[in-house]
Design a protein around this ligand. Structure first.
Ligand code: ACO
Length: 326
């Protein structure tokens, strides 16, 4: 029996930087408000011609190169996104074709901002069972397309980006040691895009009411997020008999610095063991965890042999964590 180990990482963020100061000219907001409530200074915004698959392709190509794995070796592509190019076909299939990953199966996974963590756990299951040897997990989101740029309560929070990892079988004391996933659909109404699906197809009336954009009950999501991230982190550590003291680095979903700090405080984890990138990218949904992970690997904060927990929460409501022996 094997575990899935991350053997390559790649990320992509669009070039365009949108600062808080710039937002001040189009919204009744301020750099001070956004920074003090969220920790966000700026975010990246996709060019008009860029869709989720374009960001994903760039991140996936970089991850394959980093892993020294050719596209033809990939058995499965799991593309986590809540902003797919279109309803169908799956964005994962578009990426499969553009990568030239001819033998790979491909599908999209929608678990809100927890999608990348859900994707890693699916990859772990396929690799541990021996069904597949090389799995590409991508998180890609163009949140700028689904926020109402006139709603200051949501639009300042999000950004665009993509991250990808290549997973292969590794020995049992390495790679993904434990996973924990959860969902509570009773909270579906706290974070959603109401229209555009089969429940409420797009119509002029719907567009006039701006129901094609994100709606969020910020305070409820905040409280849920802190508890969900703490519990999920404790769960994956306890799964292999570890405690918070054994944790080398925590890589949380990047929604808001205050959420991350509150979760770290509850876990009694010092902030130097927590990766934060939300200041520069905002919340780019499924891309946030791989972006933060790559940054901490590249700058040497994550080292071989360390216990690393990736943890997320999102619409659904969903949450999840994976413990990786790096
Ligand atoms: N600029 C200035 N003022 C603002 C802004 C803004 N951008 N946005 C809201 N305000 C105002 C509000 O209108 C309100 O004014 P009022 O008191 O006159 O009514 C005031 O600021 C306070 O608003 P609150 O919502 O109470 O502010 P809070 O401190 O709760 O912060 C925030 C709001 C940042 C949204 C916070 O609740 C939060 O981060 N929640 C979690 C959000 C999140 O993580 N979402 C992503 C989930 S992941 C996924 O799956 C997509």
């Amino acid at each position: 029996k094997y575990n899935a180990g991350i053997v390559g990482l790649g990320t992509y963020v669009p070039e365009r930087i949108l600062t808080n100061i710039e937002l001040e000219s189009s919204l009744e907001t301020s750099d001070e408000w956004i920074l003090s409530r969220t920790g966000i200074k700026e975010r990246r915004i996709a060019a008009p011609e860029q869709a989720a698959s374009d960001l994903a392709l760039a991140a996936a190509s970089a991850a394959l190169e980093n892993a020294r794995v050719s596209a033809s070796e990939v058995d499965l592509i799991i593309c986590a996104t809540l902003t797919p190019d279109m309803f169908f076909p799956a964005t994962g299939c578009i990426v499969q074709d553009r990568l030239g990953a001819k033998k790979a199966a491909a599908f999209d996974l929608e678990a809100g901002c927890s999608g990348f963590i859900y994707g890693l756990s699916v990859a772990q299951a396929f690799i541990a069972s021996g069904i597949y040897k090389t799995v590409l997990v991508i998180g890609t989101d163009v949140m700028s397309r689904i926020v109402n740029w006139r709603d200051r309560g949501t639009c300042v929070l999000f950004g665009d980006g993509a991250g990808a990892v290549v997973l292969k079988p590794v020995e049992q004391d390495q790679g993904i040691l434990s996973v924990h996933l959860g969902a509570d659909g009773s909270g579906a109404g706290t974070l959603l895009v109401p229209a555009g699906g089969s429940r409420m197809p797009l119509s002029q009336e719907v567009l006039d009411l701006n129901l094609q954009f994100i709606q969020m009950s910020g305070g409820d999501v905040f409280k849920f997020a802190v508890i969900a991230m703490c519990n999920a982190t404790k769960h994956v550590l306890a799964g292999v008999g570890l405690e918070t003291e054994d944790l080398g680095m925590l890589v949380p979903h990047q929604a808001n610095t205050r959420i991350i700090e509150s979760a770290a405080k509850r876990l009694k984890l010092p902030m130097d063991k927590v990766v934060v990138t939300v200041d520069r990218y905002g919340n780019n949904s499924t891309a946030s965890v791989p972006l933060a992970l790559k940054e901490a690997v590249d700058d040497g904060r994550i080292k071989n042999g360390q216990n690393v927990v990736l943890v997320g929460f999102g619409a659904g409501l969903t949450w999840g964590a994976v413990l990786i022996r790096w």
